[in-house]
Design a protein around this ligand. Structure first.
Ligand code: PBG
Length: 339
């Protein structure tokens, strides 16, 4: 196979000295003319961290230039997102310790922070921007896991029951896209069934189908207040980072169960996975440039170790791999990055 490709390449390209690939790289106009990938605001989902209280814009230690916003302050960031043409935001609540317990019951409180934020945003902005919410229990459990814990194991079917209720609640509040990030087996099908039965046929599901048990999530756990709480690790439900075939099986199942879009997470260390998922399934694929990737890049830029153009380079890599869009903590500063 590869020698056939070689023959083909020789036929169509000729060779040096008549052929010089640097010719097309000489001027900026020429480079722009033959560019194969580009970014637009449509390619971004902006994550927003929520916090209780009034007029808060709170720094997050482990994520420079990313903040937690109180609900009354959300207009600051959402007005700008809409003006810049972003299609969607993703909401993540910082949960106070006293609201966490073993079962994560705060997830089902219809007056919880996420529920109030969804209602506020929907009322104010209607359908000017999409609202996406995680379906998982980790912001609400005292042990930091995404589901119900028993003898050091996350229960599957019992967790799904709670996730269904969490999904229906968020749908009822006005969430447009539910994003199960829990990695339980079979939850996409069960959530889809429950949504349809309750007249939420038009609510989309963005499945975190390929979510690896990763060390790159550290700063996020600080941002949502579950840092230091996690008992053990998430390896009995999130994927083993040595595996690719397993990723394809996860995606195939979630598509069958009714996923509208597929998330691959983390991002940069998994560009190969984005590419095989896109090539095999032709479904919308979203890449998540996670908190650890963000902080690594940002800290290196802030220390002057690398130029800030590295951000653009990292984001383009997702497009080259085949992602339709990127969840990125840089999405509120696109004008700095895209120029
Ligand atoms: C929770 C969730 C996590 C992230 C998004 N949803 C953390 C985890 O699974 O531990 C990570 C996002 C990031 O690191 O930016 N289910």
């Amino acid at each position: 196979m590869s020698h056939i490709i070689n023959i083909f390449l020789n036929m169509i390209t000729g060779k040096y000295p008549s052929l010089r690939l640097r010719r097309s790289r000489k001027y900026d106009w020429s480079r722009r003319l033959i560019e194969e990938n580009s970014l637009s605001p449509n390619d971004f989902i902006l994550p927003i961290f929520l916090i209780e209280g009034k007029s808060k814009k709170q720094e997050i230690k482990s994520m420079p230039d990313v903040y937690r916003y109180s609900i009354d302050n959300l207009t600051k960031i959402i007005d700008k997102a809409i003006k810049n043409g972003l299609p969607m935001i993703a909401l993540f609540p910082y949960t106070e310790k006293n609201k966490k317990n073993d079962l994560g019951t705060e997830a089902l409180n219809e007056d919880n922070l996420v529920c109030r934020a969804i209602q506020y945003i929907k009322k104010k902005y209607k359908n000017e921007i999409g609202i996406m919410c995680d379906v998982a229990l980790d912001p609400y459990t005292s042990h930091g896991h995404d589901g119900l814990l028993k003898s050091n194991y996350i229960l599957n079917d019992e967790t799904i029951k709670v996730l269904i209720d969490q999904s229906l609640l968020q749908a009822q509040m006005g969430c447009d896209v539910l994003a199960p990030s829990d990695m339980m087996d079979g939850r996409i099908g069960e959530i889809r069934k429950a949504l349809d039965k309750n007249n939420y046929q038009m609510i989309q599901i963005l499945s975190y189908a390929v979510k690896y048990a990763s060390s790159f999530y550290g700063p996020f756990r600080d941002a949502v207040g579950s840092k230091g709480l996690l008992k053990g690790d998430k390896k009995n439900y999130q994927m083993d980072f040595r595996n690719e075939n397993e990723a394809l099986r996860e995606v195939a199942l979630d598509i069958k169960e009714g996923a509208d879009m597929i998330m691959v997470k983390p991002g940069m260390p998994y560009l190969d996975i984005i590419k095989v998922v896109k090539e095999n399934f032709k479904i919308p694929v979203i890449a998540y440039q996670v908190s650890g990737e963000y902080s690594l890049l940002t800290n290196s830029i802030n220390r002057g170790l690398i130029d800030k153009k590295a951000v653009l380079e990292s984001l383009i890599s997702f497009k080259r791999a085949g992602a339709n869009a990127i969840v990125s903590y840089y999405a509120d500063r696109l004008s700095l990055i895209l120029k």
